[in-house]
Ligand binder design. Structure first.
Ligand code: FMN
Length: 335
């Protein structure tokens, strides 16, 4: 468990800390030296990742802090989820923190300033960005599920010149009906329409940790067939390994780790035949040991959200101090 005394933001209600963090990150950028962190560098397609640890979808939904995360030593950035039209968060409680179990619960539902706001922000900062940028895209809450593909197409059309890859998010549990796009009756048409009729880009699919092994393998088969370029395992879970949380909403952090790791293992076996597919692990990565474990399980890249809430924005620097040491033979599968 983390000590609140060394992490004063944990005394604040979670939504206050969430609302203040963009300003805090801007200030940190101006009062701390830049972290040029290089360990386990990776090249994928034409992209160079100086280290494999990036920020997860949902942290910088509107591309407000992209250069700040670069300054703090992230190896890559994911902005979004971006929706075509601006929309507010879901009504009611949307964020809870469980410090004892290192867990977060959220039912935000893609609050977004909309794709044109994000486009303008990214156009301004892109020349200063030295690390890969993924854009996570989703549908507006009011778009019927049968028309969801149109929202994704619009985001891709408007943002493709700015994205090094798109993350197709159909795995959030907080947009009603969104996960039904995983159904094998819907998924092939949906993914084919994205991968084959859009301006050429790289597309990554973010998975739900609540898929069974059979559902996951079916999804991967369909996605590989559609020529998806990589996968993120995984989004938040609707399952409740912890007591006392509302039934709806997604759980992340430590209790998500077993599900995320299980998916990575199942997927890794299937994806052995497709070594060019990018594999990203997300879910309950909270320490250097977790990072080491996921890399040794075959993840190429890693993402964190909950770790940044509990350990703070210097997490990238802290873990780099562990990984920048010369590795003992066999310690980690270097890429
Ligand atoms: C408050 C909150 C908001 C999130 N918003 C998004 C989002 O907009 N899009 C998305 O793909 N994932 C979103 N996620 C999921 C994270 O990207 C990540 O996959 C998940 O939290 C598991 O990683 P973690 O255990 O390191 O937090 C959100 C997570 C949290 C806690």
């Amino acid at each position: 468990m983390v000590s609140k005394l060394t992490k004063p933001w944990l005394f604040l209600p979670p939504l206050w800390a969430h609302a203040l963090s963009p300003l805090a990150l801007r200030i940190l950028h101006h009062i701390t030296p830049p972290q040029n962190i290089s360990w386990h560098a990776l090249k994928w397609k034409n992209l160079f990742f100086p280290n494999p640890l990036g920020i997860s979808g949902g942290i910088d939904k509107n591309a407000i802090n992209v250069l700040d995360w670069q300054h703090l030593g992230a190896g890559f950035i994911e902005v979004g989820t971006v929706t075509p039209k601006p929309q507010p968060p879901n009504p009611g409680p949307i964020l809870l923190r469980d410090t004892q179990h290192m867990a977060l619960w959220n039912r935000m539902g893609f609050p977004s300033k909309g794709l044109f706001f994000v486009k303008k922000k990214l156009q301004r900062i892109k020349p200063q960005l030295k690390i890969p940028l993924f854009i996570n895209i989703g549908k507006n809450r009011t778009t019927p599920i049968e028309e969801a593909h149109q929202d994704y197409h619009l985001c891709i059309k408007e943002l493709h010149a700015l994205a090094d890859a798109f993350v197709i998010n159909i795995s959030s549990p907080n947009t009603p009906g969104l996960r039904t796009l995983f159904h094998p009756d819907r998924l092939p048409n949906f993914l084919n329409s994205i991968c084959h009729t859009q301006p050429s880009s790289s597309f990554l699919l973010k998975l739900s940790p609540d898929l069974s092994q059979k559902e996951l393998l079916t999804t991967l088969e369909i996605a590989v067939e559609a020529k998806i370029d990589g996968f993120i395992f995984s989004n938040t879970t609707l399952s409740r390994p912890l007591e006392g949380l509302p039934q709806e909403g997604g759980l992340s952090g430590k209790p998500l780790a077993p599900l995320s790791k299980q998916q990575l293992l199942w997927a890794k076996t299937f994806l052995k035949s497709f070594p060019e597919k990018l594999i990203i692990s997300s879910g309950g990565i909270l320490s250097a040991e977790d990072i080491q474990e996921r890399l040794s399980m075959g993840a190429h890249l890693l993402q964190v959200y909950t770790a940044l809430v509990f350990h703070g924005p210097f997490f990238f620097r802290k873990v780099s101090q562990v990984f920048s040491q010369p590795l003992k033979k066999g310690e980690i599968n270097a890429h």
